[in-house]
Design a protein around this ligand. Structure first.
Ligand SMILES: Nc1nc2c(c(=O)[nH]1)N[C@H]1C(S)=C(S)[C@@H](COP(=O)(O)O)O[C@H]1N2
Ligand SMILES: [Mo]
Length: 242
């Protein structure tokens, strides 16, 4: 390794010296990144193996068949809303005695829960043990006084996106209207400011950019359900396509 020239005495060498170091550090950075990538893949492979071997408290496999573990949510696209909590409004309506609308501040005044939950994307990745914060869908039903004839929830989102969920799954303890994952607000890509979360159905049921929760009697297949995906979407039964 050549010694650093005295750049005060030989300023004409400064550019070459800096350039050399830039190239060196860029190369080191690339190597580190490649190494980092390999570690990330290795770690994810290990997590996948461990999750395949693990059993959930409800007796199901921690990892549904045909899934592999990712450490972060992969942004899967969609027709985004404006993402702002200042303009956020959620309508709770349909077969309820007291339909209501909440803005972001009032959403936070409803009873809040934090749940550890896994999500499973139909494209084959799962993200395990996220800490999700928000309001239970069954709490919204209780506050609005759901009518006995209601059998499904429609999670309505910006630009007309909907997902249909049977009450059984929508009333699970970990089925939420959520605005935090692992302590952080959602990026716009991931449904800011508030998204649905139905952990035990494929992730397409978890509407991003949420605008409404509607209780209905008759099933109403939603955006993906009318585009070839399964109406129910149980990952353990691999209900991927309709
Ligand atoms: N409003 C809305 N929500 C949506 C979608 C969409 O297209 N629009 N896509 C769904 C699909 S197919 C998946 S897999 C998840 C992806 O969430 P992510 O981008 O945060 O990973 O969001 C779901 N929620
Ligand atoms: Mo998806």
């Amino acid at each position: 390794m050549p010694e650093k020239p005295d750049l005060d005495r030989y300023p004409e060498l400064a550019e070459r010296w800096n350039r050399r170091n830039f190239i060196k550090s860029a190369a080191a950075g690339t190597a580190l990144m490649a190494l980092g990538g390999a570690f990330v893949r290795l770690a994810a492979d290990d997590l996948t193996k461990a999750a395949r071997a693990a059993t959930r408290p409800d007796g199901r496999s921690k990892l549904p068949p045909g899934q592999r573990v990712l450490e972060f949510l992969r942004p899967m696209g969609g027709d985004a809303g404006d993402g702002k909590s200042e303009t956020f409004k959620l309508r709770v309506h349909g077969l309820v005695k007291h339909p209501f609308e909440v803005d972001y501040d009032n959403l936070l005044k409803l009873p809040q829960v934090e749940k550890i939950a896994d999500v499973h994307c139909v494209t084959g990745w799962s993200m395990l043990d996220g800490k999700w914060k928000g309001v239970q869908i069954k709490k919204l039903a209780e506050v609005a006084e759901i009518k006995p004839e209601a059998r499904f929830v429609i999670l309505e989102a910006a630009n007309g996106f909907t997902a249909n969920i049977p009450l059984k799954e929508a009333f699970a303890d970990n089925a939420l209207i959520t605005y935090r994952l692992n302590g952080k607000p959602f990026a716009l890509d991931h449904g800011a400011p508030v998204r649905g979360l139905i952990p035990d159905l494929y992730f397409w049921k978890s509407s991003k950019w949420l605008t409404g929760v509607k209780f209905v009697k008759d099933d109403q297949p939603g955006f993906w359900e009318t585009r070839g995906y399964h109406n129910h979407a149980d990952p353990w039964k691999e209900e991927r396509y309709g």
